[in-house]
Design a protein around this ligand. Structure first.
Ligand SMILES: Cc1ncc(COP(=O)(O)O)c(C=O)c1O
Ligand SMILES: [Zn+2]
Length: 372
């Protein structure tokens, strides 16, 4: 049965209803049977839409796409050990968020909705704005007032209305919820269609490995859109008996904002309120992730782990990866800092996949500071 289902009370709704949360107030998931015809997939264009029958958009005419996806999986050497890096900084808007935005805005178009609101630390807002521009959908994007200039410029040049909210990322999330009472909420954290796009990360990785899953994936986590998407994707491939296991998920948070790390380490039933401090990794500085419990469960199910990294480790990792020729933003470098921490415990045979989540050109002011 293809439907929306509440993660808490299990109420179900049609996929054709313009809704992004349950009447009980909880987040929704999508129940959908993903179909994979490997021969067909192999003959299609190298984009994330090659997995067409695994993506719950009904009519091809509604697909909003820049031919995104199938990003390179490139071997990078760290102190003699190699990690396969998915180059998701190469997406059209410069971050992996295009995966989610492509499917979510396609669904928005399918629902006949002409106007959306979204809140973001900048990258999801940029992605929603770009796909909104392509689809002719008006976007109102809410960001914290200290959002990186590159992301703010992108959002406005794509033609979206920008709302800068004073205070923290959490204040921005509160401001958008008010706006979402009147206008459809194209939220990367709440809206389950976004995760139907980020799940293609897992499909691409497995296809690029000859339809095998890696042993381990190392991912950054704030709201968990990539982590949960990847988990959904690997689970669907396992269900379809295409792969034999779900990889172990190693999740990174910033030491200055690590509610999920704490919930995992202290085995807490609820995500704790934390005293958040500033961090270089603006994209993962999420103190109150709405899908927090789901994220912790996914990491547990995969027999994975959470690791935290400090700003000085992120800075060192960013300089190290730039020196290898990869120009990524500080949030994406948190993952590199995590790789450096994780690798000493691994065997040479462990197949490890990770990701460059965002392009360095988005955060020029922070990059210039590294030179000082
Ligand atoms: C570059 C970058 N990496 C990682 C993340 C974390 O993604 P998520 O909040 O979906 O876990 C973000 C989120 O904005 C980001 O912009
Ligand atoms: Zn419910």
């Amino acid at each position: 049965m293809n439907q929306l289902i509440c993660t808490k009370c299990k109420a179900t709704y049609s996929l054709n209803e313009p809704r992004w949360k349950c009447d009980c107030g909880s987040v929704l998931d999508i129940e959908f049977e993903a179909v994979f015809d490997l021969a067909k997939i192999g003959k299609r264009k190298p984009t994330m839409w090659r997995y067409r029958e695994a993506i719950p958009i009904q009519d091809d005419a509604n697909i909003v796409s820049f031919d995104e996806g199938f990003t390179p999986l490139t071997k990078v050497n760290f102190n003699g050990k190699s990690v396969l890096m998915k180059q998701d900084q190469l997406f059209s808007t410069g971050s992996f968020k295009d995966r989610g935005a492509s499917v979510l805005i396609s669904k928005v178009k399918e629902l006949g909705i002409k106007e959306v609101v979204e809140d973001s630390s900048g990258n999801a807002g940029s992605a929603i704005s770009a796909y909104g521009a392509k689809a002719g959908i008006d976007c109102h994007i809410f960001v914290p007032e200290d959002t990186a200039a590159g992301k703010v410029a992108q959002i406005q040049l794509y033609g979206a209305e920008l709302n800068r909210v004073p205070g923290s990322r959490e204040d921005t999330a509160k401001a958008v919820l008010q706006a979402a009472e009147k206008v459809y909420y194209a939220s990367h954290s709440w809206n389950p269609f976004f995760f139907q796009g980020t799940k293609t990360f897992a499909f691409e990785v497995c296809e690029q490995l000859g339809w095998k899953s890696p042993d381990t994936i190392i991912l950054p986590v704030g709201n968990g859109t990539l982590l949960l998407g990847a988990y959904i994707g690997f689970s669907e491939l396992l269900q379809a008996e295409i792969i034999a296991k779900i990889p172990k998920i190693i999740a990174v948070q910033s030491e200055n904002c690590a509610p999920l790390y704490r919930a995992f380490r202290e085995n807490l039933a609820e995500i704790p309120m934390i005293n958040k401090k500033e961090t270089l990794a603006e994209g993962i500085a999420v103190a109150e992730p709405v899908r927090g419990n789901q994220i912790v469960d996914a990491v547990k199910q995969s027999k994975g782990n959470f690791i935290v990294v400090s700003d000085s480790e992120i800075k060192k990792a960013l300089i190290e990866i730039c020196r290898k020729g990869y120009y990524i933003e500080p949030t994406a470098a948190a993952t590199i800092a995590e790789i450096r921490k994780y690798l000493p415990q691994t065997k040479a045979t462990e197949v490890i996949v990770s990701v460059f989540t965002g392009h360095g050109l988005k955060t020029t002011e922070k990059m210039l500071k590294l030179l000082k």
